[in-house]
Ligand binder design. Structure first.
Ligand code: HEC
Length: 122
């Protein structure tokens, strides 16, 4: 009983240490799984879900001029709470129940690499 408790505690510490921050390869997996179908694998907003009937273009993450209008905090808000939280389209879903805040931070870092831009300072 005691031994299992120690092992559980160690596992807990290991999870805590290794879970934050989210690694770049985990971020890529999350991006491919949740974002690429709309924003495209290379971030150009041309994923397979975006057919001619799609009412609004998903943000092109390689467009530095557009991406520079957003601060990291703006992005986190939209990613976790969805388009309407920032008066944007509901076609951008809220991900707050699907991914963690740390995972969102990892995604934002990745999007900054795609746009090669620093974004608006908040
Ligand atoms: C169902 C399609 C869809 C999926 C999946 C999706 N998005 Fe979006 N996203 C959109 C659309 C559409 C917009 C543009 C909304 C607008 O301009 O009104 C958008 C906009 C954005 C923006 C810019 C918001 C702004 O204020 O300009 C960010 C950042 C973003 N998405 C990140 C993500 C991330 C990260 C994921 C994955 C966790 C994701 N999106 C998944 C459709 C999607």
């Amino acid at each position: 009983m005691k031994k299992t408790k120690i092992i559980a505690t160690l596992a807990g510490i290991a999870c805590y240490v290794f879970a934050t921050p989210v690694s770049a390869s985990d971020t890529l997996t999350i991006y491919k799984f949740y974002c690429a179908q709309c924003h495209g694998l290379t971030g150009k907003g041309d994923g397979p879900n975006v057919t001619k009937d799609f009412p609004v273009s998903p943000r092109n993450f390689t467009d530095a001029a557009e991406m520079n209008k957003l601060s990291d905090a703006d992005m986190k808000n939209v990613i976790l709470d969805g388009g309407p939280s920032a008066s944007k389209s509901p076609m951008m879903p809220p991900w707050g129940k699907t991914i963690t805040g740390e995972e969102a931070d990892g995604l934002i870092k990745f999007l900054r690499e795609l746009c090669k831009c620093e974004g608006k300072k908040s």
